[in-house]
Design a protein around this ligand. Structure first.
Ligand SMILES: Cc1cc2nc3c(=O)[nH]c(=O)nc-3n(C[C@H](O)[C@H](O)[C@H](O)COP(=O)(O)OP(=O)(O)OC[C@H]3O[C@@H](n4cnc5c(N)ncnc54)[C@H](O)[C@@H]3O)c2cc1C
Length: 734
């Protein structure tokens, strides 16, 4: 966003469904001037349903059939909120979100799919596995697969619902179990499969497709129960309306699904089944600023069955209409097709194609389907470089967060030029007021490494309080310094509110009062906090007090600089980013306090200069050198792989200028050095603890919430004349 292009419209997308991924990609390919887009997504990997049976059968990996929403939104410059919408307040144009403040919108689009109606068959909620929504089904399926492929596990598999999804799934499950069983020492003939379809097999498909499907079911020895209805699911059987029963160890349901429950609490217009009632323009019946697409909506003039193909086809007209409304124009109607091609997989690499009364089957149909499906998912997972796309992502490719800091050598040179004025180089002012306590004051500030203000506020607050906590102090007050992108006043207000609400939430958990602060407009979102606190004079933890024999405890994994550099380049896995974000937003007061019980001899928090950069500040010739054991270093998932593939933070070259203090063979390994000097945002503490207390301290710190904390090395006394240094041993684990 630049000054001539102030953000004035906020488009909020609720749900990472099949239509919204197209909207996100399109807004990334072609920025809409003055528009900020936010996606609220319950799941961060959007499953492509067409490939789900192939995933179950074992033909695809999880990543091949899921769209990574973290990577996609980051590439597109779209803000991402990992959360669940719970309501819409149309009077004040806000989306209610579980566990955090509501979010204001100018234009809203809802694509949240369907919810299983488990109450339609008694016992289903307790003993059944719903195949919809697809995202939660996969977790349940993984548990079933693990159990079924162990001795004594479930063998009699029943699937209720013989529509397209049920047909494909029972064949896929059978294929998976029978191909894996003998490999894990289980007799495949122990398995039995049954499909129950009260309305017949593939009731909405043409006659030829139904005939082919019936043949496959019979050839694969799947019992097909037709014209009878499941009325009760019990732990070991399914009771039918006819009075018969089917033995079952596992029951899956691909039956009727309904609208999201929270729709019922809103005034949104609905059809007779409770789905959102929309016009051909995809806008709600009574609201030009709210759109509804995919399975969760019914276009009253063009009713179609609930199928992913329609949600996919709605993506481009929805994008166009959101753009039109953002510019103040009226939305255009869209007429969905009535006939569409269905491609149904049949377990192995084989499929049925059906359209316009025709149906064909063969391995070539599978290849065709495979090509179509992979092309669709790759469109969202294999993204063009930002330079080619003109995307609104991070055009300059400079890292943000603590990786956007000025390097240590540049900083030193500037401070040296100040001469005597700059005697104190700590990032905490320690003020002696002549009382029993010392005052601690610290300031941090960085460009946003994550564009969504609430989460950024939470993490920046944690980062800010860490300096005081590392000194053994208790932070009490904070002041904000926030730069907000140029925007219309209402947008600035919303961003500032969200950021401060996130910060307040983090500070509140540690009883720190956010007193006020300073805000200004600028080219990019940036935030930081002045945090003050105090420490009892005799409890102050300095950086240089370590003693020979002390052990070093690191409280958080390393690698945030590498991970966010990779995200910016489209190389990170969303899952890895989320693990890091979830850790970074956790406040650290209890961890610091747990350590203090063991009287650390020295300590610091790991920020911009990286682990070794900050350990270098702790060295003192009286104590000796630090022996760092690489094997014990905790790393965030994905960091070692990314470092080995050459991804590093843009601050790394500057940080490496301070690498003279490091020795050992690993110092010649570029990936190891990239990790050791990786700038950390909301990084961990390093404390040195007397040898005999270290294990107990580690246990306490882990118990306080730092479950990845580790003893990463020790202080070793060298010869009296030796200069202290950091000796690296072992190999990284990752
Ligand atoms: C096994 C199986 C195979 C199928 N195969 C096909 C096929 O081959 N062809 C076809 O056309 N259809 C197929 N379908 C149907 C298809 O899955 C759905 O029609 C399709 O997923 C609907 O897309 P959608 O965008 O409406 O919703 P979804 O794809 O369900 O996406 C909705 C998203 O919204 C998120 N969400 C939900 N609630 C909230 C909330 N409150 N806040 C934020 N986010 C939320 C969910 O996590 C989800 O990611 C299949 C279904 C199954 C179960």
């Amino acid at each position: 966003m630049n000054a001539s292009d102030p953000a004035s419209r906020h488009v909020v997308l609720v749900g990472g469904g099949h239509s919204h991924v197209t909207v996100v990609k399109s807004f990334g390919m072609k920025r809409e001037p003055g528009v900020v887009v936010t996606l609220i997504a319950k799941e961060l990997h959007a499953p492509y349903s067409g490939m789900l049976p192939g995933l179950i059968a074992g033909h695809y990996t999880y990543d091949e059939c899921h769209i990574d929403l973290v990577r996609l939104t980051s590439w597109a410059g779209v803000r991402l909120i990992h959360g669940s919408a719970t309501g819409i307040d149309r009077a004040s144009k806000r989306v209610l979100i579980e566990g955090r403040p509501s979010l204001g919108y100018d234009l809203l689009s809802i694509d949240v799919g369907i919810t299983p109606k488990l109450d339609s068959v008694p016992g289903a909620a307790a003993h059944g596995i719903a195949v919809k929504p697809v995202s939660t089904f996969f977790r349940r399926w993984s548990e079933l697969e693990r159990a079924a492929l162990t001795p004594g596990g479930p063998r009699r598999i029943v699937l209720i619902g013989a529509g397209a999804a049920g047909f494909e799934l029972i064949l896929a499950i059978r294929h998976r179990f029978l191909t894996r069983a003998s490999k894990v020492g289980i007799d495949p003939t122990e398995f039995a499969f049954c499909l129950i379809g009260s309305g017949g097999l593939l009731p909405t498909h043409n006659k030829r497709a139904r005939k082919l499907a019936r043949r496959f079911i019979a050839e694969h020895e799947i019992d097909f129960v037709e014209g009878d209805r499941a009325v009760q699911i019990e732990p070991t059987r399914v009771a039918l309306a006819s009075g018969a029963a089917i033995d079952a160890d596992a029951v899956l349901l691909s039956t009727e699904a309904g609208p999201a429950e929270w729709f019922g609490t809103t005034d949104l217009p609905k059809d007779e089944r409770g789905f959102l009632a929309a016009r051909p323009t995809l806008q709600l019946l009574d609201d030009d600023d709210v759109f509804a697409v995919g399975d969760c909506a019914t276009i009253l003039e063009h009713k179609r069955e609930k199928a992913g193909v329609f949600a996919v086809r709605q993506g481009p007209p929805l994008t166009e209409n959101l753009r039109r409304r953002a510019r103040g124009a009226t939305a255009e109607p869209f007429v969905p097709q009535t006939e569409f091609l269905t491609l149904l997989s049949t377990g192995g690499k084989h499929a049925i194609a059906a359209r316009n009364g025709l149906a064909l089957a063969g391995k070539w149909v599978w290849k065709w389907k495979d090509h179509i499906d992979r092309t669709f998912v790759d469109k969202f997972n294999v993204l063009p470089s930002m330079a080619d796309s003109g995307s609104q992502g991070h055009a300059d490719m400079r890292c943000a967060g603590c990786a956007a800091k000025v390097g240590p050598v540049t900083l030193s040179r500037a401070l040296d030029r100040l001469g005597g004025e700059a005697r104190e180089r700590d990032d905490v002012a320690i003020i002696d007021d002549d009382g029993t306590h010392l005052r601690l004051e610290t300031l941090d500030f960085f460009r946003a490494f994550w564009p969504e203000p609430y989460l950024l506020g939470e993490i920046a607050a944690v980062h800010g309080m860490n300096d005081v906590l590392a000194k053994g102090g208790r932070p009490t007050h904070a002041l904000a310094n926030v730069v907000l992108p140029y925007a219309k006043p209402a947008r600035v207000e919303e961003d500032l509110f969200q950021l401060l609400a996130g910060a307040k939430s983090s500070f509140g958990k540690e009883d720190i009062v956010l007193v006020g602060g300073h805000s200004s407009e600028g080219a990019e979102l940036a935030a930081g906090f002045f945090v003050s606190g105090s420490v009892k004079r005799d409890r102050l933890i300095g950086k240089r007090g370590m003693k020979p024999g002390d052990k070093l405890i690191l409280t958080r994994p390393l690698g945030t600089g590498i991970l966010f550099a990779a995200l910016m380049r489209g190389q990170a896995r969303g899952e890895d980013i989320v693990v890091a974000l979830e850790t970074m937003r956790r406040t650290t007061g209890s961890i610091a306090r747990a350590t203090l019980e063991f009287s650390p001899t020295a300590g610091t928090d790991i920020t911009g200069f990286g682990l070794v950069g900050h350990l270098s500040e702790m060295l003192n010739d009286d104590a000796g050198s630090i022996e760092l054991d690489l094997q014990s270093l905790p790393l965030y998932p994905g960091v070692l792989r990314l470092a080995r593939s050459g991804i590093t933070s843009t601050l790394l070259p500057e940080n490496l200028q301070c690498s003279s203090s490091i020795t050992g063979a690993a110092a010649n390994d570029a990936a190891v050095m990239a990790i050791l000097f990786d700038p950390q945002t909301a990084g961990g503490f390093v404390f040195t603890i007397a040898e005999d207390l270290a294990e107990a301290c580690l246990t306490a710190v882990r118990h306080a919430g730092a479950e990845h904390a580790a003893i990463i090395g020790r202080v070793v006394k060298g010869s009296p004349a030796a200069t202290s240094c950091i000796v690296v041993t072992g190999e990284l684990n990752g």
